[in-house]
Structure formats: C-alpha cells, structure tokens
Design a protein around this ligand. Sequence first.
Ligand SMILES: *[C@@H]1O[C@H](CO)[C@@H](O)[C@H](O)[C@H]1NC(C)=O
Ligand SMILES: *[C@@H]1O[C@H](CO)[C@@H](O)[C@H](O)[C@H]1NC(C)=O
Ligand SMILES: *[C@@H]1O[C@H](CO)[C@@H](O)[C@H](O)[C@H]1NC(C)=O
Ligand SMILES: *[C@@H]1O[C@H](CO)[C@@H](O)[C@H](O)[C@H]1NC(C)=O
Ligand SMILES: *[C@@H]1O[C@H](CO)[C@@H](O)[C@H](O)[C@H]1NC(C)=O
Length: 428
Amino acid sequence: MAERHRRNRYLSISILHVITMMCQALSEGPLFAEPIPNVTVAVGRDASLPCVINNLGTYKVAWLHVGRQMLLTIHTHVVVKMPRFSISHDKQKTWLLRIQNVQQQDRGYYMCQVNTVPMISQVGYLQVVVPPNILDTLSTESTVAVKEHQNITLTCKAEGYPTPTLMWRREDGHSIPIDRRSKVEKYLGEQLNLTKITRTEMGAYLCIATNGIPPTVSKRITVDVEFSPTIFVPNQLMGAPAGKNVTLECNVEAHPRAISYWNFNNTMVLSNDKYTSTIMESSYRTNMQLTIRNLQSSDFGSYRCISKNSLGETEGSIRLYEMAQPSAPPTATEIRSSANKEGRQYSTPSPPKRHTTVWPAAYNPYPKRTERPPSSQKDIDRQERKHQGQSSGSAYIIRWSAPQLMVVAIQYILTGPYMPPYVPQYAN
Ligand SMILES: *[C@@H]1O[C@H](CO)[C@@H](O)[C@H](O)[C@H]1NC(C)=O
Ligand SMILES: *[C@@H]1O[C@H](CO)[C@@H](O)[C@H](O)[C@H]1NC(C)=O
Ligand SMILES: *[C@@H]1O[C@H](CO)[C@@H](O)[C@H](O)[C@H]1NC(C)=O
Ligand SMILES: *[C@@H]1O[C@H](CO)[C@@H](O)[C@H](O)[C@H]1NC(C)=O
Ligand SMILES: *[C@@H]1O[C@H](CO)[C@@H](O)[C@H](O)[C@H]1NC(C)=O
C-alpha cells in the first residue's frame, strides 16, 4: 500500500519534469522581453537605447540605423567608425546602445537584430530635438529707420527642430496695427508688415521663436520713425497786463531729435533775467515754454517757436497782446500804493500768488511745472465767496471788462475753452 503510493508520487514528479522539459524546448530560441522605447533627446546630449532579450544563448545581437542602412554594432563590437557610439550588455540580457553628443543625423529608427534563422528584430525611434535659434544674418538688423507713412517689413528667420514658430510683439506692450485695419497684441509669422507707419508705432519690436524646446529666443529690433517737426500751440493768443510775467508754450513732435528755440522780433530769444526758456523732452515729444518777466509794452507782439531737424523746419506762432488792467477798488489800491510815487497798483508787482499762465484745458501731455490757475468755476466761486466775507487778509476777485470778454470770446473761437487769467487784488 505504502509502496504503491510512493510509486504514484514518482510518476507524477516524472510527468511534471517531462512537461517542464517540453516547455523549455519550445521556448528555447531567443525572445524579446520588451519593446525598444522611443527616446527623445536634445541635440548634444547623450542617449541610450536598450534591447532586452531572453534566452539569447550563443546567438549574437546587432544594432542598425534603419534610415541610413548602417550597421552600428555586432555583439560587443562597434562596427561603425564613430566613437560617439558604444555598446554594453548585462548578463547577455540587456544590450544597450549608447550614443554620446547626439547629432541631428542620428535621428531615426534603430533596429535590434538577433542572428537566428530566420532572424528576429525590433525597432525603436530616436527623436533628436533642437531648441530654436534666430538667424541674425537672415533677419532684419537690430535698428531700422523709416520715414513716417512709408511701409517697412520686419523679418526674423529661425531654425530648430521641430520648426519654430515666430511671434511678434512690442516691447512696451502696445498693440501692432495690421494693414491699418485691425490691432493685435501679438502677430504670428516670419514677416511683420508695418504699412504706412506712424510715429506712434516707433519703438522696440521683439520677434520670439518657440518650438516647445527650451530655451525660447528673441531678437529686439528698434524701429525709428522719422518725420519733420510738428508743432501744437495750445494758446495762440495770450493776453497779459504790463508788469506781469507770462509763459508761452509750444508742443513739438520730431524725430530725429530737433533743435528748438524761440524767436521774437526776428531774433532768437536767449535765457536771461528777462526770459526763461525751458525744454522738456520725452521720446519724440518736446514741451517748450518761454517765460517773459515784467512785461513791458515792447514785449507785446508775435512770438515764434521754431523747431528744426534733418527732415525739416516748422514754426508755431503766439500773439501776446496787452490786456487792460482790471479796475481795482480805489481804497485798497491807494492804501497799498501810498508809499509808491506812481500810485498805480499794477506798476508795483503784487506778491506773486500765481502765474497768469493760461494752461490748455484739453491738450497737455507733459508734467506740470508750475501751479495752475483755478481749474474750474468752483474755485473762482469759492474765492469770490471768500472775498465777499470781507475778512482780514487777501482774496482774489474776478472782474471782466468788456474788451476782456471780447478777447475771451475770440480766443474761444480760435483755440477752444479758455481759462480766465485773474488778477490778484487785496481786499481788507
Ligand atoms: C514608438 O513610436 C511608434 C510610432 O512612431 C509606435 O508605433 C511605437 O509603438 C512606439 N513604441 C513605444 C515603445 O512606445
Ligand atoms: C504700402 O503698402 C500699401 C498696402 O500694402 C500699398 O498700398 C502702398 O502702395 C505701399 N506704399 C509704398 C510706398 O510702398
Ligand atoms: C508683407 O510684405 C511683403 C513685401 O514687402 C509681401 O511679400 C508679403 O506678402 C506681405 N505679407 C503680408 C502678410 O501682407
Ligand atoms: C515774475 O517773476 C519773477 C522771477 O521769477 C518774480 O520775482 C516776480 O515777482 C514775478 N512777477 C509777478 C508779477 O509775478
Ligand atoms: C525789433 O527789431 C528792430 C530792428 O531789427 C528794432 O529796431 C526794434 O527796436 C526791435 N524791437 C524790439 C521790441 O526789440
């Protein structure tokens, strides 16, 4: 009984053994254990492609570059005459093809072959990517000049793999007009056509090349828009009483940079005790002001602001006329002028509370330099109320004589809304 049991056990062990043997015989040939991965590498880096084989036995492994029909390695030997290639294996199972300093020509399918009959093989893909690069010699130079209202095409060429896309934008973030019809923040394309360019499109443009492979690169192109000076005169007619100071103003736009100065009586006005000329520049804009102190009758007349650059010369003119003195309350004037032989209020300048400068209401893109007169009727009303209070101290009153009102009306017709200059007076 026990003997039979033992024989049965022997039998089953033997059968198991036979089955195992048969299985081994069936799978005796080499087999790929896993596919070759697809590898992506940036140019200049190293890459390795593994080929994993079971039961290689005495068979040999070879690597080939399919596209170039090039045998690279057989067994442990590197066949190709390129020291960048090498082969290593780990216990006959993983055969690793290494490529150092990968080049663009290395891109493509790689085949791992085993010399069975028939032979077995599998392939994997090596992708070689190249970050974008802007080709300076084929692109627009970094500074270009164009006359206003002409066309200019900015070009950027870039290489890389995959092919980079080019995008344009302005460095200051302003929009780009396309065909003078639509405005865009960004424009895609190798060429940016700026048609009938205007001065507002002057500045730095960036072309940016991207293809998903860092780093992104850009080129900065400065576009200079050239035009002869243009002059805006905020107030072409200025009225002020004798004895006062007055400031004339012109706004100039010019590129290239212009030389700007004032003329009176056909001679250039130079800064001195009488005149102060100030010039404030920002980009292609210039604000020029001329302050004339202690106005005399010879100071009234026509002033010209003149601006010259390489493309031309422009001038603006301002007529400065004498304004009638507002009649003052006789008591206050007499008290104040008692120490004065001339006995006229305006012959001794009152303490300078504010300039009689007339500031344009609508057009003044420049930083303020001086105090401004009351900017609204409210301020004047408030001061009038203060005056009516008749408290001690000083207050301003506004009086309009008939000629003054005429002038205001003419000025309104000529240059738009008018800020009334006003005359400081003393009321006790
Ligand atoms: C590699 O890419 C090819 C297509 O390009 C694909 O057919 C194959 O399955 C990929 N292999 C692996 C291991 O992802
Ligand atoms: C500028 O481009 C516009 C539109 O493409 C064209 O009509 C015009 O003739 C061009 N001007 C010059 C000076 O080339
Ligand atoms: C830009 O201008 C060039 C010629 O200067 C022309 O060949 C091209 O088609 C224009 N591109 C666009 C988008 O208008
Ligand atoms: C004119 O300006 C000068 C110097 O800036 C100043 O001393 C004088 O008081 C001013 N006159 C008037 C009337 O504002
Ligand atoms: C203007 O110029 C003329 C001669 O050029 C001169 O006689 C006259 O005095 C000048 N007038 C003033 C206000 O400077």
